[in-house]
Ligand binder design. Structure first.
Ligand SMILES: [Zn+2]
Ligand SMILES: [Zn+2]
Length: 208
């Protein structure tokens, strides 16, 4: 269960992320912090086209904050998801010719603030004895912590050599020889008899 957003005081840019994503959660905050740090390091403004490219190594909530703040959006070809299940993000600016990779540090290591509560709640969740209120409190602690902590305590930042990625291709479409639907030619399967099929039709045909 996500935390109710009205319980947290949010800056405007975070509100936009929450509006797009639908709820506030620790995952979204990871993406929010990464996007803000990339903006700060490379002096970015939200990509209209493909000026910024993001490679996300997971397909979690965090990705949505990058879409909102960096304009690295699923439909534009400048959001690449490599779902390795890693809390890591690479952000590249074509105009600055710079690339940074951000990867999550090992753990929440509560130094002082809320440490006891946090450990008690984590233990309760781990052993399955946590109430709904416990779970909610833990999420809230995580969100507050992720928002308050210096970025360097959450993520390791590394500058990578800049290699300009190709732009998303503007590919022509053709009608599939079976269903007749227009399909990007590059994504079609060419049969020996010269016909081109869309992927779903080619799979049905070969299964027959
Ligand atoms: Zn979420
Ligand atoms: Zn087809």
């Amino acid at each position: 269960m996500p935390v109710k957003e009205d319980e947290i005081i949010m800056p405007d840019d975070l509100k936009k992320c929450v509006e797009f994503h639908g709820h506030i959660c620790p995952g979204l905050i990871y993406g929010y912090r990464v996007a803000r740090e990339a903006i700060r390091l490379m002096d970015l403004t939200r990509a209209v086209d493909e000026e910024i490219v993001a490679v996300c190594e997971n397909d979690s909530c965090a990705v949505d904050a990058l879409q909102v703040l960096l304009g690295t959006a699923a439909g534009k070809g400048n959001l690449i998801i490599k779902d390795f299940g890693k809390n890591a993000y690479t952000v590249l600016s074509r105009s600055r010719r710079q690339t940074y990779r951000f990867s999550r540090k090992t753990h929440y290591d509560y130094q002082g603030r809320d440490k006891d509560t946090f450990e008690r709640l984590e233990a309760a969740v781990a052993e399955g004895s946590a109430s709904e209120a416990d779970r909610k409190n833990l999420r809230r602690l995580k969100i507050d912590d992720l928002l308050a902590r210096p970025f360097g305590e959450i993520f390791i930042t590394r500058e990578l050599p800049f290699e300009e990625p190709l732009y998303a291709p503007l590919a022509p479409s053709e009608a599939c020889a079976v269903c007749g639907e227009m399909t990007m030619a590059a994504k079609m399967v060419k049969l020996k008899d010269g016909r081109s099929l869309c992927l779903p039709c080619s799979q049905k045909t070969s299964a027959d």
